[in-house]
Design a binder for this molecule. Structure first.
Ligand SMILES: [Zn+2]
Ligand SMILES: [Zn+2]
Ligand SMILES: [Zn+2]
Length: 329
């Protein structure tokens, strides 16, 4: 497998004739604390409530990216390619096989969020990695791989396309107005209060003005912060509020959809500046981390996958109203 760059959109794709098959669990779950086949553990969070650990990062049993070696970026005429160097980890959200994020306690989710922040900070020490993210695919329609409550982490030698769009847009807006576009969006949304779902402490859940799928939801921090990993590990970050908001938001979405994608958008690795990407000086001011949740509704997922012009037959105003009406207990 190798990474190839689309010269038009500048996005990297993984391709080759050795596709990574989906890993399916055997009868014995490899991620349960008492599993006889323990995965290689990278990092564990302190126990909460009688379990040996609360959340932990393990090596992905069938990784898309491999941690050894150099990316070996090279040209092929006008094209660019590189090896699939990176990190690919499973973040076990909870030791309990049957406790997904929306059923977990806030202190359990807090440990998971702190684990995620710690892994991102750790991997950003590696100068090969330009971007580290966390995502979760839940439900068969979203490509869920494991029954155990897990998210995945990837560290890549490139910045994904959607993040590049956001970084460029954030920078352009800042150059014009000397303000963060995400902070401005949040200010206006809180004033209008039509697309806000809920807020908890410093964190807000809302339906974005121009959604890509019905019930698309963002979770944002009110205080400006480009880096998720700095935001949640800061003193007085109120990470417990974020945990509660993640739990309650997923619970709301689950009343409308069996499947969803969740992805963390945070600033790229600025510890080691890339000549190729040309990081700008204002990134800590013009970018703002957030979580995006994209529900997968039956029959509506296809328009997102193939057309690239998003058609969303539920307005974000109705979506927020509907999501507000389905409060978690
Ligand atoms: Zn399990
Ligand atoms: Zn901001
Ligand atoms: Zn985003």
């Amino acid at each position: 497998m190798q990474l190839r760059k689309d010269p038009i959109t500048r996005s990297w794709v993984i391709t080759g004739d050795d596709p990574v098959g989906h890993v399916h669990e055997d009868r014995i779950c490899p991620f349960c604390p008492d599993s006889p086949t323990q995965p290689q553990v990278i990092s564990s969070q302190a126990p909460v409530g009688g379990w040996p650990w609360s959340a932990r990062a393990v090596v992905h049993p069938n990784p898309v990216f491999r941690v050894e070696g150099e990316a070996s970026r090279r040209g092929e005429g006008l094209y660019d390619q590189m090896r699939t160097v990176g990190a690919h980890e499973i973040l076990i959200e909870n030791p309990n096989h049957n406790r997904q994020l929306w059923d977990a306690t806030d202190s359990e989710i807090e440990q998971f969020l702190l684990l995620a922040a710690g892994r991102i900070q750790d991997l950003k020490q590696d100068q090969r990695f330009k971007y580290v993210t966390i995502y979760k695919n839940f439900g068969s329609a979203a490509g869920q791989d494991f029954n155990h409550p897990t998210s995945e982490l990837t560290a890549t030698t490139f910045v994904p396309r959607r993040i590049l769009y956001e970084l460029r847009a954030g920078k352009d807006y800042f150059l014009q107005k000397e303000r963060c576009v995400f902070c401005d969006i949040l200010d206006q949304e809180e004033r209008q209060a039509v697309r806000i779902i809920e807020n908890r402490g410093d964190y807000v859940a809302l339906c974005p003005y121009a959604p890509r799928v019905p019930y698309e939801t963002w979770i944002m921090q009110r205080s400006h912060e480009a880096f998720f990993e700095k935001g949640v590990t800061a003193r007085n970050s109120g990470v417990r509020d974020l945990a509660a908001l993640v739990r309650r938001t997923l619970k709301r979405i689950r009343t409308l959809s069996d499947a969803f994608h969740l992805v963390l958008h945070t600033a790229p690795n600025t510890l080691h500046r890339s000549e190729v990407l040309g990081y700008w000086k204002t990134i800590t001011d013009d970018y703002h981390w957030h979580i995006e949740v994209m529900p997968v509704l039956p029959g509506k997922a296809k328009s997102y996958t193939y057309k690239e012009v998003y058609f969303t037959p539920v307005s974000p105003e109705s979506a927020a109203e509907r999501l507000r009406e389905t409060p978690p207990e």
